[in-house]
Design a protein around this ligand. Structure first.
Ligand code: FAD
Length: 315
């Protein structure tokens, strides 16, 4: 990030040095093997966009791509403002959303939600330096401070549960509080900063793209989806984008990039997928937290091994 010219601490990111994992029955706290930084996407994305612009990128804001089609020696990109762009290389970075004209086979039965809250002073103090994760069947909930003493609550819920609850915050808060008494204490007295959480449809489980003969450089969630409790999705997005740019500069085709990107992300995604599967059942959660309580290095080892190995790939 610093190499790009973006300094998260300078943008107000909150430092995170430990993780507490809650289940309804017990909680375990462990130090992180590194100092993490917690910042809203609004602030980070704006800084990244400004950085790209300073380096000569032309941005089109509030314009959606409608479809892409292979054209003469490249691609034709149709935008919803009527403009049609021809490009030699296509880097697909549309996150959880697919793109008309490009095949994709993902099942999105979960909904990822994000809510910003102003916590009470005592909860703010309790959250300083810490990310709190809770697991329920098919669900994960993460709470941490971001800039300006705001708390960011992220969670995944099955689409059917969201359809039943509706999109408003009060019903969602009651649902989470009823399932997790520890989280209920954190949310008690917190001022919601939005009427409703921001929502996005998410794939179930992990995903790593495989497409022999691919003609597109897929980056971020379009390349690989790591279960979000790891907090490494953004690192994967930035690292895969850097790898794609390097391959394009060197004239290497998308299939060569895809092999390198799979090797960069594969191990972390496989381990995160195993932990995520275990955390889905009550027995798996009890076993995981029991083992973590007896072996204090276990959580640290899982955190370390669910990071993409940036240095090993020169990133
Ligand atoms: C609940 C939850 C919690 C998470 N927590 C963390 C965390 O703590 N740390 C972490 O690192 N990661 C976390 N992640 C994962 C992280 O959000 C993603 O891995 C990351 O955002 C992927 O980046 P991306 O650039 O691929 O996609 P995005 O960040 O989703 O960006 C895609 C962009 O493309 C735009 N777009 C889509 N379609 C079109 C179109 N047709 N035309 C134009 N633009 C389009 C979208 O509007 C969006 O701006 C979490 C995810 C979830 C669901």
């Amino acid at each position: 990030m610093l190499r790009l010219g973006v300094d998260p601490s300078g943008l107000g990111a909150a430092p995170i040095e430990e993780v507490t994992i809650h289940s309804p029955a017990r909680s375990v706290t462990a130090a992180l093997p590194f100092r993490a930084l917690s910042l809203s996407r609004y602030r980070l994305d704006e800084a990244l966009l400004q950085c790209a612009e300073r380096r000569g990128a032309q941005l089109k804001r509030n314009v959606a791509v409608r479809s892409v089609r292979p054209g003469d020696a490249g691609w034709n990109v149709e935008c919803d403002d009527g403009e049609s762009i021809h490009c030699r290389h296509l880097v697909l970075a549309t996150g959880k959303k697919g793109m008309r004209g490009l095949s994709d086979e993902r099942n999105g039965s979960l909904v990822g939600m994000k809510m910003h809250l102003r916590p009470s002073a005592s909860v703010r103090r309790a959250l300083e330096g810490r990310v709190e994760l809770s697991f329920l069947n098919d669900s994960y909930i993460g709470l941490e401070l971001i800039e300006d003493d705001i708390a960011n609550l992220c969670f995944l819920l099955p689409g059917a549960v969201v359809a039943r609850l509706g999109s408003g915050w009060p019903a969602m808060q009651s649902h989470l509080a009823a399932a997790l008494p520890g989280l209920a204490e954190r949310l008690d007295g917190a001022e919601p900063l939005w009427d409703r959480p921001v929502a996005v449809v998410c794939p179930t489980g992990a995903y790593l793209h495989r497409e022999p003969g691919t003609a597109v450089y897929r980056v971020g969630d379009r390349l690989a989806h790591i279960p979000p409790f790891t907090g490494d999705g953004l690192a994967i997005a930035l690292a895969s984008a850097a790898l794609a740019v390097e391959h394009i500069r060197l004239g290497r085709p998308p299939a060569t990039y895809l092999a390198a990107a799979r090797s960069l992300t594969g191990k972390a995604i496989r381990l995160a997928s195993v932990v995520s599967c275990l955390a889905k059942s009550r027995g798996g959660r009890t076993a995981l937290l029991g083992a973590a309580a007896c072996a204090p290095g276990l959580i640290e080892a899982i955190v370390r091994r669910t990071r993409v190995p940036l240095a090993a790939h020169g990133l």
